[in-house]
Write a protein that binds this ligand. Structure first.
Ligand SMILES: Cc1cc2nc3c(=O)[nH]c(=O)nc-3n(C[C@H](O)[C@H](O)[C@H](O)COP(=O)(O)OP(=O)(O)OC[C@H]3O[C@@H](n4cnc5c(N)ncnc54)[C@H](O)[C@@H]3O)c2cc1C
Length: 397
């Protein structure tokens, strides 16, 4: 949509300038109104112009780039680690099944790796109908170029209507490249998905403007409709028993996939527990005041079998690495217990942890926003509370 001034009708009365809340209208050198880039399309000027000189132009509907009726099926990329499906794969299956209730299209997994038949069976046992498999030992390790090539070719061949991946390191790395090659849109980091009952379009729902608004994004004219979903944002598909399904195997060698990167060696990073899989997380924030005080957080986490998380303030200060960051621009977590230590509870941090089952907050400021989401709030100094907790846990051991 666009708003334009009909210069023939405009008398330069300036009423539009007075009513515009964004300061988006000025007079041109001929004394006629002109609209600048500050326009938010609020249409107040259109309503108030006494000469009806300000007009709305709707964009013509674009013609679809693909014959969208040929695209059928809801696909999700099932991530695996060491031959076992990750939890995120079951989450994607869960949301795909929910979409299928309205869309009435089949739900299909895509797996790359070895041991695929066993993994496909796991998906069938949770109601997937079909699994596309590319089997090769070399695919057990994520290799971006190769995954991009395989997924792109599969999509071109089978034309799914919807393709989903998890917003994990793997999904975030390769799925945007696939979307670019297929020339379709992709909404990253969705927190929910739905099908519009009338248009049958995929509604891709995600926070925007710092988490203050939820946007519903649609992809009208291109196929497939693609999205990544934040881990832990949706429910896992439930195990329903031994079921059968169709496995479609594609020969890896037929893809001629090459990779510009060789895996030379693997190195274990500091975190041994995956933050998004952890049942307990102890997170530290700026209240720790110094990187060495993260030792206290690590100790507490270790004693209760938890993983270490952090606020962005702690990560930006260089006290801990980015993979530990929880929040809007970090990881979304949903542990059974989340302990926030010296974290204020900014909206961007809450976006990543507020759905945790039980939240414990330790903060010396009784008005800290974190207490609004906490199930148990401890108003106190972390340097007093945490050592006492550690002492108590150690004495119990
Ligand atoms: C676009 C965008 C994306 C963002 N993404 C993220 C994100 O993913 N994750 C994230 O965390 N943030 C994110 N932020 C930053 C966010 O807005 C906050 O700045 C950040 O979360 C603050 O971190 P903090 O709570 O550790 O620090 P602060 O807000 O400074 O809070 C420190 C808290 O520690 C308490 N405290 C201090 N000393 C003690 C003590 N001795 N004992 C007990 N309590 C103490 C204070 O009372 C205070 O409440 C983002 C911001 C933007 C704009």
């Amino acid at each position: 949509m666009e708003i334009r001034v009909n210069k023939e009708k405009c008398t330069g009365c300036k009423i539009c300038i007075e009513v515009c809340p964004s300061g988006a209208i000025e007079l041109d050198k001929n004394g006629r109104a002109q609209i600048n880039e500050k326009c938010t399309l609020c249409r107040l000027c259109v309503k108030e112009c006494p000469e009806n000189a300000i007009e709305i132009f709707e964009e013509k509907k674009k013609t679809p780039s693909a014959d969208i009726s040929q695209y059928k099926g809801i696909w999700f990329f099932a991530e695996q680690k060491n031959g076992k499906l990750s939890h995120v794969s079951y989450e994607l299956l869960g949301i795909s099944l929910k979409l299928a209730e309205t869309l009435k299209e089949e739900v299909c997994g895509v797996i790359f790796g070895s041991n695929c038949t066993e993994m496909a069976q796991e998906l069938f046992n949770r109601a997937a109908e079909k699994v596309y498999v590319v089997e090769d030992e070399s695919l057990d390790e994520f290799r971006q170029d190769i995954y991009v090539c395989l997924m792109t070719e599969l999509i071109k061949k089978y034309r799914p209507n919807i393709v989903l991946a998890s917003a994990t390191m793997i999904g975030r790395s390769f799925i945007p490249q696939v979307a670019a090659r297929i020339k379709t849109g992709l909404t990253a980091d969705c927190t929910d998905l739905a099908i519009d009952p009338e248009t049958k379009l995929l509604q891709q729902i995600r926070p925007t403007y710092g988490g203050n608004l939820m946007a519903k994004i649609i992809c009208e004219n291109h196929r497939p409709q693609m999205a990544t979903i934040r881990p832990k944002a949706v429910e896992e598909a439930k195990l329903i028993g031994n079921r059968t399904g169709l496995i479609i195997k594609e020969d890896f060698t037929s893809f001629n996939a090459t990779c510009r990167v060789d895996l030379i060696s693997k190195q274990q990073v500091e975190q041994t527990i995956d933050l998004q899989e952890a049942e307990i997380i102890v997170s530290g924030g700026r209240g720790l005041a110094d990187p060495k005080n993260f030792d206290m957080i690590r100790k507490l986490a270790q004693l209760i079998g938890g993983a270490v998380g952090a606020s962005r303030a702690a990560v930006d200060s260089g006290w801990i690495q980015y993979p530990h960051q929880v929040g809007q621009t970090g990881k979304t977590v949903k542990p059974k217990i989340y302990i926030a230590c010296g974290i204020s509870g900014a909206i961007q941090h809450l976006a990543g942890m507020s759905t945790s089952d039980y939240i414990i907050a330790i903060n010396k400021d009784p008005d800290a926003p974190i207490f609004k989401v906490a199930n148990l709030g401890i108003i106190g100094d972390i340097f007093e509370v945490i050592p006492k907790l550690i002492q108590k846990l150690e004495s119990k051991k």
